[in-house]
Design a protein around this ligand. Structure first.
Ligand code: RTP
Ligand code: MG
Length: 135
């Protein structure tokens, strides 16, 4: 069974839509196998988003993602990586289709509510980073 790392970013927690996001994951038929509310330190945030280290928005992204508590989850199911990315919608919430999490709840590219791993390779790396003790 495939696993993916999902984050409800600090903007989603601040806006009290944790339940809304979790409900969509469960409604889809995906299973939550680990879940934790935590505030990231800068080092973990930089490792998580290391692929973007050279991008102009990197510093601002790290500041945003460490700026308050977030919810980290491991989500499991058939093609879980792709299934959750479809629920999340496009990175830019204005482009994201209505009916997706970003399409329904966000307007700005940085504050786009959720993260989902972009491949099984990334999922593996990110799950080890966030939940090193998970079997
Ligand atoms: P994520 O990694 O958070 O699931 O998002 P994604 O794959 O859809 O998008 P990605 O390209 O990996 O970008 C990571 C996050 O960086 C912020 N971002 N800001 N200011 C900008 O132009 C910009 N572009 C991206 C977003 O929070 C995006 O989700
Ligand atoms: Mg990404």
């Amino acid at each position: 069974m495939e696993r993916t790392l999902v984050l409800i970013k600090p903007d989603g927690v601040r806006r009290n839509i944790i339940g809304e996001v979790i409900s969509r994951i469960e409604r889809k038929g995906l299973k939550i196998v680990a879940l934790d509310l935590r505030t990231l330190d800068a080092e973990t945030a930089k490792t998580h988003y290391e692929e973007h280290a050279a991008r102009p928005f990197f510093e601002s992204l790290v500041e945003f993602i460490t700026g308050g508590p977030l919810v980290a989850m491991v989500v499991e199911g058939e093609r879980a990586v792709e299934a959750f990315r479809a629920l999340a919608g496009a990175t830019d919430p204005v482009q994201a289709a209505p009916g997706t999490i970003r399409g329904d709840f966000a307007l700005e590219v940085q504050q786009n509510i959720v993260h989902g791993s972009d491949s099984t390779y990334s999922a593996d790396r990110e799950i080890k980073l966030f939940f090193p003790d998970l079997a």
